[in-house]
Design a protein around this ligand. Structure first.
Ligand code: TMP
Length: 217
């Protein structure tokens, strides 16, 4: 089972990935928690290039290709082997993020991104995607609070510095993708508090696992 978490900055997905992992650890399956960018050692290096605001002059094609390079390494080194070993993989952002950030917001042709994904993913698709949706002002407010608390040498704020309109395009992009694939996407109201969001996600995953187990037994 491959479950991804998506949403704008400050939507709270990283917290929810951790809470779902703890919730699922009581079951029998092995859980693997990972993220993009930065789910591998090589990806960690790519992440620091992508998110550090000292790299504000990064070319947008370079940006797109670095996200895809990170993903190619991540899929082959971590995600595919874990899924083959029957683990439950929880991934904080995946290919939908590129469609929304580099496609809908940055303006790259969605078909070009889909073509890259065909080569990189070779048919791999999340079984479930949680879209943590909230207004941009709420998300960005939370994100800046987190950045203010982070250690000075770990500034990952290049995207937060984008104007509000950019983040609005990201949000609308996600809602568009969710509408196009209602069987995969679950839209969660991320303006709720943390326990309420976790409750929504955990109940959807539990019922999915139950129906899966019923089918395989
Ligand atoms: P994070 O803050 O959720 O760890 O994500 C890192 C940043 O990278 C976030 O601002 C969204 C951005 N991003 C893209 O622009 N394209 C992508 O494909 C991915 C995975 C993330």
């Amino acid at each position: 089972m491959f479950i991804t978490f998506e949403g704008i900055e400050g939507c709270g997905k990283s917290t929810q990935v951790r809470l779902l992992a703890d919730f699922l650890k009581d079951g029998t399956a092995t859980i693997l928690v990972t993220r993009e960018p930065g789910g591998t050692e090589i990806g960690g290096k790519i992440r620091s290039i992508l998110l550090d605001s000292v790299n504000a002059k990064i070319d947008s094609l370079t940006e797109l290709l670095l996200y895809e390079a990170d993903r190619a390494q991540h899929v082959e080194e971590i995600i595919r082997p874990c899924l083959e070993a029957k683990k439950i993989v929880l991934c904080d952002r995946f290919s939908d993020a590129t469609l929304c950030y580099q496609g809908y917001a940055r303006g790259f042709d969605l078909e070009l991104i889909e073509r890259l994904h065909k080569i990189i993913l070779k048919g791999l698709k999340p079984d479930m995607t949680f879209l943590l949706d909230c207004p941009v002002e709420i998300g960005l407010g939370r994100a800046w609070k987190r950045i203010a608390l982070a250690a000075k040498n770990r500034k990952e704020d290049r995207f937060e510095r984008e104007e509000t309109g950019f983040h609005e395009k990201v949000r609308q992009g996600y809602l568009h993708l969710a509408k196009a694939e209602p069987a995969r996407f679950h839209i969660i109201d991320a303006s709720q508090d943390i326990p309420a969001i976790h409750h929504d996600i955990a109940s959807i995953v539990s019922s999915r696992l139950k129906s899966r187990n019923a089918r395989t037994h």
